[in-house]
Design a protein around this ligand. Structure first.
Ligand code: GLY
Ligand code: MN
Ligand code: MN
Length: 421
């Protein structure tokens, strides 16, 4: 068998799941927009994680029966119509090469339902495996009461096989995806390098009176010219008081002279994400007050990066950031007791990062080598039109941590010098 990283991941998943079960994962399709228009396609991250493929309308089927494991892939067939209208499609051979799934086990997607029924669920394929009792699916819900697409697609199957139950494959995949291998860390580094290019492009053009929209355009131009696939989330470019809204996405106001601009920006390297925040004075020079708050946030950013090591709980990291920000705010005379810090700091300091920006994983287990997370303390003073967040992307190592985004400038002097060039 072709031993590649995707084969190894499938093997590891199958080892974990219950006997006499199957896993079905869909690569899914772009959501419909209007008439014959579709939103940009985003690969289902679990499907990618297990196959390395980034194509829509593919299906992965894994089966475990005792010591036997089987894997099947269903891809879109190239037809005259698809060749002429939609472009070249992947061949079975190409899909096999990337995914490590044997070519003889790759079929066309229109045969999936029949295959599932005849070859797997009904147990008619006598020589190989017994009928499964359990189906693992991607049951991630982005909102309460939204039925996951996998359940919609398999509705008829689940109704006609009531003896077969289903479970959430994310129970296993979320934990597997938490620990990044060297290739993944390098992809995240690549995504960060695009954000770095974008941040430097922004600092080169920022000037009083610039519209936030132009800053976004500059960032996106830098990403594309450096060959990134684009943003890993909608950019947040927030000048002045706009920066006190955490997920400000309008990006359409003028950055007035004397204001700070908070940029929270991601980039894609393949499907891997970066998530970087930098805050700078649009006129290139911090006021004393802006600098005082900025230095506080920067010191907490650095202290939290230093705090990251195996064994630490996310809750401890959050508390550490909160305590340090509260201590700083008390020294500045802005609050009298630590509890009051919620007035100026109202989010967590970290989340996992990887194939998703807010990546999957458990927040109830200690950090371990291979985890990549953000460190993003902030401070928001609406009445002074000051919003500051400084966000880096950090790898947990065996002994501590590495700041993967260390080279993106964040010292006051460095920002001012860069902007003066
Ligand atoms: N960009 C969203 C966040 O920092 O979590
Ligand atoms: Mn961010
Ligand atoms: Mn973040």
């Amino acid at each position: 068998m072709n031993e590649n990283r995707f084969s190894t991941r499938r093997f590891n998943l199958i080892k974990e799941i219950e006997d006499r079960s199957i896993v079905i994962l869909y690569s899914l399709e772009a959501p419909h927009k209007t008439t014959d228009q579709y939103y940009p396609y985003e690969i289902n991250r679990n499907f990618y994680y297990l196959t390395g493929l980034k194509k829509s309308n593919f299906t992965l089927l894994l089966q475990k029966d005792g010591q036997n494991q089987f894997e099947y892939l269903f891809i879109e067939e190239a037809t005259d119509y698809s060749n002429k209208w939609l472009g070249k499609r992947m061949t079975k051979q190409e899909a096999s090469l990337v995914s490590g799934i044997e070519e003889k086990n790759i079929f066309f997607v229109e045969h999936f339902d029949t295959f599932l029924h005849q070859q797997i669920l009904s147990g008619q394929r006598k020589a190989l495996a017994r009928a499964p009792k359990l189906i693992y699916l991607d049951l991630y819900r982005h909102k309460p009461y939204v039925v996951p697409t996998a359940l919609i697609k398999l509705d008829a199957v689940l109704k006609s096989y009531p003896e077969i139950t289903y479970r959430n494959a994310n129970e296993f995949l979320d934990i597997m995806r938490m620990y990044k291998d060297e290739f993944e860390v390098n992809e995240i580094r690549r995504a960060i390098s695009y954000s770095k290019a974008g941040v430097e492009a922004i600092l080169s053009v920022a000037t009083p009176g610039i519209n936030e929209r132009s800053i976004v355009a500059m960032y996106e131009y830098a990403l594309k010219t450096h060959n990134s696939e684009g943003n890993s989330f909608n950019p947040i470019v927030a000048s002045g008081a706009n920066a006190t809204t955490l997920h400000y996405e309008e990006n359409d106001q003028t950055a007035e002279d004397g204001s700070l601009v908070l940029c929270d920006l991601g980039a894609l390297a393949g499907p891997y994400a970066s998530d970087i925040s930098r805050t700078f004075p649009v006129n290139g020079k911090f006021t004393d007050r802006q600098k005082e708050i900025y230095e506080l946030v920067l010191s907490v950013n650095k202290a939290c990066i230093d705090f990251v090591k195996p064994g630490i709980m996310m809750s401890e990291l959050n508390l550490h950031a909160r305590n340090l920000l509260a201590e700083g705010a008390m020294k500045l005379g802005m609050i009298q007791s630590p509890d009051e810090i919620s007035k100026y700091y109202y989010h967590n300091v970290s989340h996992y990062l990887g194939l998703d920006v807010h990546d999957v994983g458990s927040y109830l287990i200690p950090l371990k080598a291979g985890v990549v997370l953000t460190i993003e303390p902030g401070f928001y003073i609406e009445e002074e039109s000051i919003g500051i967040r400084i966000e880096d992307n950090v790898l947990v190592t065996e002994t501590g941590s590495i700041n993967l985004s260390e080279s993106i400038i964040k010292e006051v002097k460095d920002i001012e010098n860069f902007m003066a060039m």
